[in-house]
Design a protein around this ligand. Structure first.
Ligand code: SAH
Length: 424
């Protein structure tokens, strides 16, 4: 087992700042974004040769359990032994929350001897802060070994015919390079990619926290990649994390309950649809190129027509795409806009989520009145478009769409809800 390389905390952020609940999340993230923008790039290990004291092996959760079966077989275990060892390790780590050293220590002798030579330790993430909203949405702030902060949100939902579900929203990058003008995460820029193990680890810890306290509320069955980052800019890690989330030895989720949300990078859209059965959501947010480009710089290089062509090519029979459309007051929410949207959607198998804008970095981008939102939805429903309004979760703690890493004003007021570090 390789030992993890310890990297210094981000310049300008003292360890006490990360622990002190009186410091707002905003202050810490802003100072991280200022100081880390350049330095974090140099912290990223080169992709070709590892730094001398970097782990020699991929972390346990960086690869799916299937890979570990193969690796353990290659190391000399009989196929059944290898399978049993990978299964035992995965169950102990992912399901039971056993400490990693004990997971290895409890293996049968033959497996115990070879496992440390082929398996790296899982990627550690430390809970730095946790804030729970009135609707029980819980926003978790994790610190990576490189000192970066990422956010994960647990979203219970009581609605629906099935009696409700609980969803975990994970981050795929530290910050985001896509710089949509309405999104707080985009303000940070891209600080670094998350590894598959770090994505899986967000889910594992969120699930343990939820299981310990959920009571009669539904268990976690759904995952959305709608946290910090653009998942298709970190596609290999995202696909690998999905494989682990779905693997029987690990969490056994159905790919149908995983949704990956993208700004819509056309070439990557096709690749994503080819490589996984998970759902794709595309943030559309405007009914024409001019407004989409103004809101989402990705549209400059990848127009709505190219996006549609990629979707039509990649969506095989029976698959559809979920479009997300954030409604901004008097910018994209008129009935003429609804008609433009309907016309654009008509040759793509699609569902539509309408999201009344949450407060973001630009105060000029406001949420429409409830009447305007309803009129927009009704127009589309009357035209046969499957359009739902997605109500915000966790807005009072800055945990709703577009607010992650945000400068939400009520953060300080809501510190009363802070439950402090949730380490184990
Ligand atoms: N990069 C990905 C995933 C992260 S954003 C993407 O863009 O899809 C997740 C969702 O939050 C997207 O649909 C995005 O359009 C939405 N969002 C961002 N800022 C928002 C805001 N201020 N109000 C409401 N939704 C927002």
């Amino acid at each position: 087992m390789g030992s993890r390389r310890r990297l210094p905390l981000a310049a300008g952020v003292a360890p006490s700042q990360l622990r002190d609940p009186a410091r707002t999340l905003m202050t810490v993230l802003v100072s991280l974004s200022r100081s880390n923008h350049a330095s974090s790039m140099t912290q990223r290990p080169p992709t070709t040769s590892p730094l001398p004291d970097a782990p020699a092996l991929p972390g346990f959760s960086d690869q799916s359990p299937e890979r570990w079966v193969a690796a353990l077989s290659d190391a000399g275990l009989r196929p059944q032994q290898a399978r049993n060892a990978a299964k035992q390790l995965s169950r102990a780590w992912y399901d039971d929350g056993t400490a990693w050293a004990d997971c290895i220590g409890e293996l049968p002798r033959a497996a115990r001897e070879v496992a440390p030579n082929v398996l790296g330790a899982p990627a550690p993430l430390t809970i730095s802060e946790r804030v729970t909203a009135e609707d029980r949405t819980s926003r978790l702030l994790f610190r990576t070994t490189s000192g970066h902060l990422i956010e994960t949100v647990i979203i219970p939902s009581e609605r629906g015919a099935s009696g409700g579900r609980t969803t975990v929203c994970v981050s795929s990058q530290v910050g985001c390079g896509r710089r949509c003008v309405f999104c707080e995460t985009g303000k940070l820029g891209l600080l670094r990619q998350l590894s598959a193990g770090e994505i899986v680890e967000q889910f594992r810890q969120a699930r343990q926290i939820w299981e310990a306290e959920r009571g009669p509320a539904p268990p976690i069955t759904n995952v959305v990649f709608m946290g910090m980052g653009e998942p298709l800019d970190n596609l290999d890690a995202v696909i690998s994390a999905i494989e682990t989330l779905c693997h029987d030895f690990a969490f056994g989720l159905s790919a149908k309950r995983i949704t990956v949300s993208t700004v819509g990078v056309a070439p990557k859209v096709e690749e994503f649809l080819r490589r996984t059965k998970a759902h794709l959501a595309v943030s559309l947010n405007a009914p024409d190129d001019a407004r989409r480009t103004a809101l989402m710089p990705v549209n400059k290089r990848c127009s709505m027509a190219e996006l549609k062509t990629a979707l039509q090519a990649g969506l095989t029979k029976g698959r559809d795409v979920l479009f997300e459309y954030v409604l901004f007051d008097e910018l994209n929410d008129s009935l003429d806009d609804a008609e433009l949207l309907r016309a654009w959607l008509q040759d793509v198998p699609a569902r539509l989520n309408l999201i009344p804008a949450n407060p973001g970095p630009d105060p000029a981008l406001r949420q429409p009145t409830a009447e305007r939102v309803w009129a927009f939805q009704k127009y589309l429903l009357d035209q046969g478009v499957r359009a739902l309004v997605r109500h915000p979760h966790g807005r009072d703690v800055g945990g709703a769409c577009g607010q992650l890493a945000g400068t939400h004003r009520t953060q300080l007021e809501r510190l009363a809800h802070t439950q402090g570090p949730h380490g184990r």
